[in-house]
Design a protein around this ligand. Sequence first.
Ligand code: CAO
Length: 415
Amino acid sequence: MGKALDGVRILDFTHVQSGPTCTQLLAWFGADVIKVERAGAGDITREQLRDIPDADSLYFTMLNHNKRSVTIDTKNPEGKLVLEALIQKCDVMVENFAPGALDRMGFTWERIQELNPKMIVASVKGFGPGPYEDCKVYENVAQCVGGAASTTGFDDGPPVVTGAQIGDSGTGLHLALGIVTALYQRTMTGRGQKVLAAMQDGVLNLCRVKLRDQQRLQRTGVMKEYPQYPNGTFGEAVPRAGNASGGGQPGWILKCKGWEHDPNAYIYFITQAPVWVKICNVIGKEEWATDADYATPNARLPRLKEIFAEIERWTMTKTKFEAMEILNRHDIPCGPILSMKEIMDDESLRKTGTIVEVDHPVRGKYLTVGNPIKLSDSPTEVTRSPLLGEHTDEVMAELGYSPAQIEALRTAGAI
Ligand code: CAO
């Protein structure tokens, strides 16, 4: 079976996490992704957070599946010519260097357009145009400037960053959408274009509901689904909401059996209005179904702390999986807090290809997260990440270089 992006060639000039996430997705959809790395060194993540001496790290291998690797010194005059040949051959260039690095290398948008007017140039940057456009940005910086950190955590503690890599992988996802959209538009215009995904913008897009709440707060001075209501205080900005749901159906994280020794013996419980009567029955508070203080969503809002404390008295008598099973029997939305160990061992995630075992010639077998987006006509097969420069000769030959020319470029340090 063919793949959705068969025939699309990507010049992958990305490093670390945000850019590689994007190009890995495109590779999973069938694009030929040629990762250009610095000769001799490669993507810095190859050696970061290593768990096996001299083997590419999991950081690198888990972000660079299904790609080919070529090493080119793009500051060497002859190396530049090789990159130019690649630009002429590819459909998309993806990069996430610090602002200005590509220009300093001599590959301005204008120069790339001269070489290939159909080229789509896709970039991740920390910020969009404005006062911070020249700044370097990493994941947690993006979480802080995109509104995630100020709205995450508890009211009486400092801002908190989340483990989900919404700045890096989140922006990589945004960029991938921009690229396939630009490829689609190119089928009509015949032209390439620039695609920019700024990490601040990507995080803010994922924090959309918090900008919603900022405006609600300014209008009404209070948000009744927040834990600060009714006894706490609201300031000028959206406060940290702990584990409140962020939507119209109140929720909270509750202890389950074993919480004293297991840090993940908890469940997320949503008091969804349509199943309120069932909730009352399950936890043994049948009277709440008809009591005017509890029977309607509005009546419950000032009493959420008390309600969740009562529900927790019930969840603490069950393991998180027992609670999940019982609650789902009654259509009550909930979610056990799964540890990474539990997720890693989950058979159903293996069956769907969301968790995949991959074999690597140096590090051996390891687990990775497969393609989370499933296309019925373009199934994903996850193949291992390339060794540094593994495909240099192969790609050079495809560009028309003879073995003697390749050898000469190698001797000159260009590749
Ligand atoms: N041959 C020769 N030189 C190369 C090369 C190659 N193949 N590939 C890269 N380089 C050079 C670049 O040209 C740049 O040189 P100059 O500084 O002289 O212009 C240099 O390597 C380093 O690039 P960099 O500035 O991007 O790298 P850094 O480690 O200093 O910064 C980062 C890393 C991530 C902070 C920065 O790239 C950045 O802000 N990127 C945009 C935002 C982003 O993607 N952040 C997410 C990072 S985590 O996913």
